[in-house]
Design a protein around this ligand. Sequence first.
Ligand SMILES: *Cc1c(COP(=O)(O)O)cnc(C)c1O
Length: 427
Amino acid sequence: MFIDRDSFTPFEKKVFLATPKMHGEELEYIKDAFDKNWITTAGDNVNELEKAAASYIGCKYAVALATGTASLHLAIKLAGERLYRGGRAGASLFGKKVFCSDMTFDATVNPVVYEGGTPVFIDTEYDTWNMDPVSLRKAFEIFTEVKLVVLANLYGTPAKLTEIRKICDEHGALLIEDAAESLGASLNGKMTGTFGDYNIISFNGNKIITGSAGGMLLTESLEDADKARKLSTQAREDAPWYQHEELGYNYRISNIIAGIVRGQFKHLDEHIAQKKAIYERYREGFKDLPVSMNPFDEKNSSPNYWLSCILIDKDAMCEQVRGEKKALYRPEKGKSCPTEILNTLSSLNAEGRPIWKPMHMQPIYRNSPFVNKDGWARAKSNAYIDEGQVSDVGMDIFDRGLCLPSDINMDPTDQEKVIEIVKSCFR
Ligand SMILES: *Cc1c(COP(=O)(O)O)cnc(C)c1O
């Protein structure tokens, strides 16, 4: 079947990247909070959510917080204090380097800087689009003093967590797992969010389940869980008045929000199954195109399929140039590029997204070191990379990849149309 680019009519109802899906129980838990008048950062919803999450994920303690970013901040702060005792209360990583995922949302990395640390970005691998263990090993050779690794599981796909855990152990380093996008995903039967010494998840509005906001810190340590609860509620000491010995934060979750998430948790498996169906429809729909889906270890890994992405084969890329804020491309028969596909989708009222732009390419982090598989720490100019002299997997995936509409509220017939639209870009 041949559908010409110009023959598509725009979607009447916008097709989104990922939107919330509510089921009704959420409202009941909100009502429960109202009925009991627990309209604050404590109550049954908070307690029950923490129990439900810990039991689903298989960790001892889950501390419900205002956002995933707040959870990461406390995780990083606790790790910093554990590693560098005597570090400054307000900046536990002051002057310390921390190895971080490079191709991720900047919320993975910013809290390192909140704590005074310097991120060192570790390049990405092609098998799962996550932190490359080979590059991580190189980084430990170059920066022998580093004791903390912050890793994200991108788009719901578990990283090479077993290898990375082992490398961290060999170097006496702590691991923080940012499982914000991968709630419910597992590797060898073990849930993401349990591989790190500290782990976090997020209930932000476009995540696989949501409370409109919200996050959690996951840990096996009662001491750390208690510490996180204390820090997240302004670090009050046990005294008759407001007594403070350390710097506190207002990071606890609201009992209303926790009610929404509590209702959503019951539908997590259902959401994962729907996301998986979306991924598989794309995979089937694109089997004759010069593209591949965001990959995972088919034998040992079960992603949550949060976002479906494609990577365009190198020889099927038309010319595309991206500056800091604008992109241009030259259309070419039989070829396409992320800019062309995203523009086309957008012109037809559908929402895609570029791959997370790697952190080492971001102006804010331009001066942070970047380590690739050759142990090479920073390009003098992009020309080295364009000419293939320097391996930069993150930049390559950013260049050739994109996220497709992965909304569980999307109609399958709308998804078929998205598939046809993408195909038409290659004609
Ligand atoms: C969403 C997200 C976060 C932040 O979570 P919030 O709840 O929005 O603060 C952190 N890391 C990654 C990888 C994310 O996708």
